[in-house]
Design a protein around this ligand. Structure first.
Ligand SMILES: [Zn+2]
Length: 100
């Protein structure tokens, strides 16, 4: 019983809650999500709730390698205001390391 409750809570914390936060903020997840590093470099990355093979997660941001600046940086998804056609075009030019 305790183990079942722990599994359910872990599932909520790792998958359901981050997914709901992403959806509520109008953000996306998938194979080609436009992101910006702290130095405002735009590129696309894989963003799947609850799973990180090449990044350290901290809430809605991730610490990962930026292929533009060739540095490790805190990275976030472009929100609705930042998702302009020009920004999406710039981001679509570079994709970080593809795993899928
Ligand atoms: Zn960068």
């Amino acid at each position: 019983m305790v183990l079942t409750l722990a599994v359910i809570l872990a599932w909520l914390a790792v998958f359901i809650i981050p997914t709901q936060l992403i959806i509520n903020k109008g953000l996306h997840f998938g194979k080609n999500v436009p992101v910006s590093c702290k130095s405002e470099h735009l590129y696309q990355t894989i963003w799947i709730p609850g799973i990180s093979l090449k990044a350290f997660r901290w809430g809605r941001v991730r610490y990962q390698y930026c292929p533009i600046g060739k540095h490790w940086s805190w990275t976030h998804q472009l929100d609705r205001k930042a998702r302009t056609p020009e920004a999406l075009l710039d981001a679509s030019k570079v994709h970080d390391l593809r795993i899928l």
